[in-house]
Design a protein around this ligand. Structure first.
Ligand code: AMP
Ligand code: MG
Length: 534
């Protein structure tokens, strides 16, 4: 009997039909030249089990709620079956890793099943952890449960925060074990294997263009750029003022703008990607490749969740804008042959820096509830950064607390202040007289400033709470859900999924999820230190 699920979705696999395929049909590790992708089948697993699903993604793809309970659903989305119309393939790309050109990387454990046609456009369904591909290099093509839970929860959390991201349709256990040396210290251990199905209108990365350019494969480079512009930036083609190479320049400009907006949004909520290699940069400006990412608990511009980056701090919280520009510079180099003129690309890179600065101050002003921001407010913002760094202060709680202040609030009473802000501090011993004086000074300036706005406290507070989330996927919360899931209890995943759908709302029943990181989680692996091993 064929399942009704079999023909439920409509596929139109443009990546496969419109771009050049690798002619080698066998699935073995190799360098792939002159091709955008290689056909690659997912490798079957022992015992597929659906752990979590995002209902709105499923519905958007064309499924009904009933479909999700069908065995075929978990089979397909764990790599154990295909739906009619799917053509599995792995993409070929390269990238700069930690600032060094790494050559061919590619989808080493991601397999695209196909592009589903939805009312809002084509969406590619991509399994992560579904077995080896020609791009797996020395690795196994698999993913462990812990990293898959993190990817599933965080992509959905980001979406509900209003931040561009790949989505997650489903999370399945494979029933197989995967061996990982989590801290690269020789203590390899078996962990449960899992597969996430990610969904995006494009999984193209800066690295797709880079690899074609590095190999001087101009035909491939042009086809990748034209494909991306045609499907993901179609408005550029209908703009008759863009002639010849102008369309590539306009495209690069938009990639710069989207990347800028993306990183500003990360800074707003305290998200640190952790591995901003150019192969992890989406050409459509989405957050992609959730690895050793983290959320700052205490505001620290130097914080990186990635243990591999603990020394260099290349990808720390405070450097994400600068790194985005560095990555865009690499993309500019890659597409230069299409433009054949350095000056417009250089101008756009310079523009990125000024746009970033401008948008950053604008974003910070919005976090403070400053409606009509002027350059005169910059010192207030900069002083706040210094204050937040002065002692360990929870970023998320601080801004929610700020929104509760009243314009007439007396700020010269240190004890009152302390009471108000106590939930933000990680170590009350750090709250000394000097700090309290600085806090009082800053708050006096802040309250003075907001009283010039002619906006009620209620309105200011409501506006602030729309940009300052109350609930974020704190690292320790994700880790708790993982620990339970590893014991077969998926309820914490479901709870986090539920509450993170409304990150800006007060949800009294979930208040404990809004509290600062508990002390036991300070230096605990998975909570503040994450390795790339996944
Ligand atoms: P990442 O650091 O996750 O962006 O991965 C960098 C590259 O390594 C990408 O090409 C991945 O597809 C590949 N990769 C990472 N983990 C695995 C794995 N377990 N098996 C095969 N390839 C992998
Ligand atoms: Mg990657």
């Amino acid at each position: 009997m064929t399942s009704s699920l079999q023909h439920k979705l409509t596929f139109d696999n443009r990546f496969v039909t419109q771009l050049t395929a690798d002619l080698e049909p066998e699935n073995f590790v190799r360098q792939v030249f002159d091709a955008a992708y290689s056909l690659a089948m997912p490798t079957p697993t022992a015992a597929p089990q659906l752990v979590a699903v995002s209902y709105d993604v499923a519905i958007a793809c064309g499924f009904d709620c009933d479909d999700l309970a069908q065995p075929l659903f978990s089979k397909v989305f764990s790599g154990n079956g295909l739906l009619d119309g799917m053509t599995p393939y792995a993409m070929c790309y390269g990238g700069h890793q930690f600032g060094h050109w790494a050559g061919q990387l590619g989808d080493g454990r991601a397999i695209n099943l196909g592009e589903v046609v939805t009312p809002t456009g084509h969406q590619t369904l991509q399994l992560k952890g579904a077995g080896p591909t020609p791009y797996s290099r020395t690795a196994d093509g698999r993913a462990v449960l812990r990293s898959s839970v993190r990817e599933f929860l965080c992509s959905e959390a980001m979406f509900h925060l209003g931040i561009p991201t790949t989505r997650a349709l489903s999370l399945c256990l494979t029933g197989d074990e995967v061996v990982r040396d989590m801290f690269y210290d020789g203590r390899a251990a078996a962990e449960p294997g899992a597969v996430v199905c990610r969904v995006s209108s494009s999984f193209m990365r800066f690295g797709n263009f880079q690899l074609a350019a590095k190999r001087q494969d101009m035909a491939l480079l042009k086809s990748l750029a034209d494909f991306t512009i045609k499907h993901d930036f179609p408005h550029l083609l209908s703009d008759s003022t863009l002639i010849g190479p102008d369309v590539y320049i306009a495209w690069f400009k938009e990639v710069c703008q989207r990347t800028c907006e993306l990183v500003i949004a990360w800074q707003r909520v305290g998200f640190v990607h952790g591995v901003m290699n150019t192969d992890n940069m989406s050409i459509i400006g989405e957050t992609i490749d959730y690895g050793p990412y983290g959320w700052v608990d205490n505001f620290d511009l130097g914080w990186t969740p990635n243990t591999t980056d603990a020394q260099g701090k290349r990808y720390c919280f405070g450097r994400q804008g600068e790194i985005a520009q560095w990555n865009l510079f690499q993309l500019a180099n890659a597409i230069y042959p299409l433009v054949d003129e350095a000056e417009p690309l250089e101008a756009l890179l310079a523009e990125f820096a000024t746009d970033y600065q401008q948008q950053w101050t604008h974003m910070m002003a919005s976090k403070l509830g400053l409606v009509q921001y002027s350059a005169a407010d910059l010192p207030l913002i900069e002083q706040l950064e210094t204050l937040l760094m002065a002692i360990e202060t929870d970023m998320t709680i601080f801004f929610r607390t700020l929104a509760t202040l009243k314009q007439q609030q007396p700020v010269d009473e240190p004890q009152q202040l302390l009471q108000c802000f106590t939930p933000c501090y990680y170590n009350l011993e750090q709250v000394d007289e000097l700090y309290l004086t600085q806090l009082a000074q800053w708050l006096t300036a802040y309250l003075e400033r907001i009283s010039t706005q002619n906006i009620s406290d209620e309105r200011r507070s409501a506006a602030m709470n729309k940009v300052n989330p109350k609930y974020v996927l704190r690292n320790y919360l994700a880790q708790q859900a993982i620990t339970a899931a590893e014991q077969g209890d998926f309820s914490e995943i479901a709870t986090l999924q539920t509450l993170l759908q409304f990150p800006y709302d007060e949800q009294p029943e979930f208040e404990r999820y809004a509290q600062k990181r508990p002390d036991w989680a300070r230096d605990k692996p998975g909570c503040s230190m994450l390795s790339c091993s996944s």
